[in-house]
Design a protein around this ligand. Sequence first.
Ligand code: PGA
Ligand code: ZN
Length: 426
Amino acid sequence: EIRKVQGRRVWDSRGRPTVEVEIELASGAIGRAIAPAGASTGTGEALDLRDGGSALAGLGINKALAAVNGEIARLLVGRDARLQAELDRAIIELDGTQNRSRLGGNASVATSMALLHAAAAAADQPIWRYLAGSAKGITMPLPEIQIFGGGAHAARRVDVQDFMIMCPAASTFSEALEWTAEVYRAAGDIMKRAGKLQGVADEGGYWPAFTSNEEALDALVRSIEAAGLRPGGEVAISLDIAASEFGREGRYALALEGRQLDTAKMIDMLGGWLNAYPIVSIEDPLAEDDADGFKEFTARYGSRCQIIGDDFFVTNAARVSEAIRDKSANAVLIKPNQAGTITETFEALAVAKQAGFRTIVSARSGETEDVTIAHLSVGWNAKQLKVGSFSRSERMAKWNEVLRIEEALGKEASFAGWSALDLAEK
Ligand code: PGA
Ligand code: ZN
């Protein structure tokens, strides 16, 4: 039984305020969680409620906090924290809007995740095990890790948002991180030698001091090689184009190259990259309003590449269902704060899995020490996890938490590897 619901203001990895919720049960068990925040947000996301005005650049979260400490607390006190779906539904109803704009998606996601933490604590289990029921059939997620940051996370220094690697040929999650550490360090050395090392972007990837998107891709391939690993064999490339940031109504403005492309030309350019580089995954190749482009891209490249919808799906089960029908992607990025509650997040994941779509649990560009998503990726057997780069502790906290889970699973921990991508090995 819930005794107390307490919201408080804490600060995220960009130094911006965010909502933490702590839920205390009558037994004394406590669940605590913090809302993350995106920069390249999709229009259909649960609304991250901000105060506006001049203080904190309008990013204050006092309204969301008031909702937690007032209406939401009154709704939840006295209820059974284990009834996640029922309580999430009650929060959704209490809000009453399409996009959680009254109480705030930040208020609802932090509360919903705190409920999950409290219920798992009451059961005296880590969240991944509480969700999975047992260790049987669980696979450790394939990590998708950023080496160069770009797009909205690096003042649009390059158009593409994430230049990432995946290590599907590693034999364990732990080994995948070790290979990543080698590539990340090699990338830093290469940037330094070229006189281009200028710190890191929002998610910890190196600042993209490049003159073209291809230059970044070339640097990525060289980093993998310099780490003594085989590009495409042991370590593959993954991109988040985040095309909604520079494309709308079928026009894509590539600022870095001073070019405007239509949908067909955009698809041709990405297809060219697929042919020239060992790319196994592309996220948001086209803008959120370009469903036909997504369809065309998936028809052409879906058999050889994972095609992820992020801004395109905004972790919404109905949108995922549409895409399954239209074959307009083959993978779904799963972000709890896009959906607004754990229950809605799980629904999007379940619909995707049922249709054989791949699933990737993901962090946001604004993060904290909260490691809930590490547990979701394992407990829901999503098979992939994306949390940014291999530096900055709001990122490392998640990778390190998965290491602890892998250790707890011991021999039962099998690594998703290539099977997560469901592609023929390169
Ligand atoms: P965001 O970026 O959190 O800024 O939206 C992450 C992503 O696009 O995957
Ligand atoms: Zn994205």
